[in-house]
Ligand binder design. Structure first.
Ligand SMILES: [Fe+2]
Length: 442
């Protein structure tokens, strides 16, 4: 095989290896280091360095960053300032390989005089003049800019060949090809870094927005409750009970958060109901009652033009007074027609109504609440929702969870673990789907 052909095959092999290395998205620094070794090995060059140009073209940020170094002093920083004029020169010579001249005994002089080198016609940039002495001291002879998509990604600095032979035009071609590969690798890595940073930034913004949304909704809930002087904190508590139930039902974090929002906003329609009716210190009559019963539909009207980041909040407000048996309002929906979220709000709403004092009645005992649940599960409440509520409360009473959310909302004297836990267990057992005969006997 002719030496030239052999060399060509060798170069192509090195390029293939380099392509493989660059495409590997693992350890970036390792990728650059291996690429430099491949480049040096292909042409038997003793030393070299890869530096990346500053990422942001700011006046105070013009130093290159060393990515890989071989055969140079361990403490050699390979750090250079790239001025605007240097950048311009490098960019205007996209195929350039700049040699370090000005010496009478360096190999590079022989390159330019003996060989028709592609480097010979290029005017040395100010960069080389500034760093000539330093680069020569490190026995570096060639500077090859990495230009990717019209931007200076960095520089590859190379020493002479181990043989002492000058670089031939073919050598320079091989070097350029390999340097282009390395440049693309660095460029891609930078892009991926930027994309990651952008994604992280977006994630933070999204979190902030959600927090703002949630805080705004809570403030809104407080405003709804202010209108009703007897049920202070009702919307906030319904939000928190709804959240607890949804979590117990195994819902995802976002859906759970959506349920809290639905709870906070379920009575927003009361904003359009007369304050006197809401605050009536007696049982309201039929006319007043039908006025008050407008609030779910009014809530839907208020909430539907808003784009909520969660599940269907407006529908949960609209249907929180529907009943499984179809005797609720506003639409008289039955079981499957009622969204599960609305069923959760219904139970949370009823539980809070039963466990807080109203002007015309004091709150019920827990045993009475359980009796109400037993009586109304089926006609009014969904058994799945009631069971989840009871399980969550039982976990708190048994100390299975460190959270004391029920305790905070109901006050420390309301629940009695010893008496109430058995009531909950009994109701949970009643609500559990009956086991098959086979399962019972096994
Ligand atoms: Fe309501």
């Amino acid at each position: 095989m002719e030496p030239n052909t052999q060399k060509l095959i060798h170069s192509f092999g090195a390029l293939a290896d380099l392509g493989q290395e660059v495409a590997d998205t693992g350890d970036f620094i390792e990728m650059v280091r291996t690429s430099l070794h491949l480049l040096l090995g292909t042409l038997a060059i003793r030393r070299g360095a890869v530096v990346e140009s500053p990422r942001h073209q700011l006046p105070e940020d013009k130093s290159t960053n060393q990515l890989a170094i071989w055969g140079l002093g361990d403490d050699y920083p390979a750090r250079f300032d790239v001025e605007d004029s240097d950048r311009e020169t490098f960019l205007n010579s996209p195929d350039g390989a700049f040699q370090i001249t000005g010496s009478t005994d360096s190999v590079s002089d022989r390159v330019s005089s003996d060989v028709q080198s592609p480097t010979s016609n290029i005017q040395s940039p100010g960069f080389i003049n500034r760093y000539q002495a330093e680069l020569k001291a490190q026995e570096l002879q060639l500077i090859v800019p990495m230009i990717v998509r019209g931007d200076l990604t960095g520089l590859v600095l190379l020493g002479g060949k181990a043989s002492g032979d000058p670089f031939t035009p073919d050598d320079i071609e091989v070097i350029r090809s390999m340097v282009r590969h390395i440049g693309v690798g660095i460029h891609t890595h930078r892009l991926l870094g930027e994309v990651k940073q952008q994604a992280e930034e977006n994630r933070r913004l999204y979190q902030d927005l959600r927090a703002i949304y949630r805080d705004t909704v809570r403030a809104f809930a407080a405003a709804i409750d202010i209108k009703d002087k007897y049920t202070q904190g009702h919307s906030e508590r319904v939000g928190r009970y709804s959240e607890i139930i949804a979590r117990e039902m195994g819902w995802g974090e976002e859906e759970v958060e959506g349920m809290a929002i639905a709870g906070y906003l379920h009575d927003v329609g009361k904003l359009v109901v007369e304050r006197d009716i809401i605050n009536a210190p007696y049982r309201i009559d039929a006319k007043e009652s039908s006025e008050l019963n407008r609030h779910p539909a009014a809530g839907y009207e208020i909430l539907s033009p808003i784009h909520h980041p969660y599940a269907d909040i407006p529908l949960m407000a609209k249907y929180h007074h529907e009943r499984m048996d179809g005797r609720g309002y506003p639409d008289g929906l039955t079981d499957k027609q009622i969204p599960i979220g609305a069923k959760i709000v219904t139970l949370a709403d009823s539980f809070d109504a039963m466990t807080t004092d109203r002007p015309y009645k004091t709150r019920r005992t827990f045993a009475e609440v359980i009796t109400d649940f037993r009586l109304n599960t089926g006609p009014q409440f969904d058994p799945v929702v009631v069971a989840a509520f009871c399980r969550a409360l039982l976990k708190e009473l048994n100390g299975e969870t460190k959270e004391r959310r029920f305790l905070q909302m109901l006050g420390k004297d309301y629940l009695d673990a010893e008496k109430d836990a058995p009531l909950l267990k009994e109701l949970i057992a009643e609500l559990s789907p009956p086991q098959s005969a086979a399962a019972r006997t096994s």
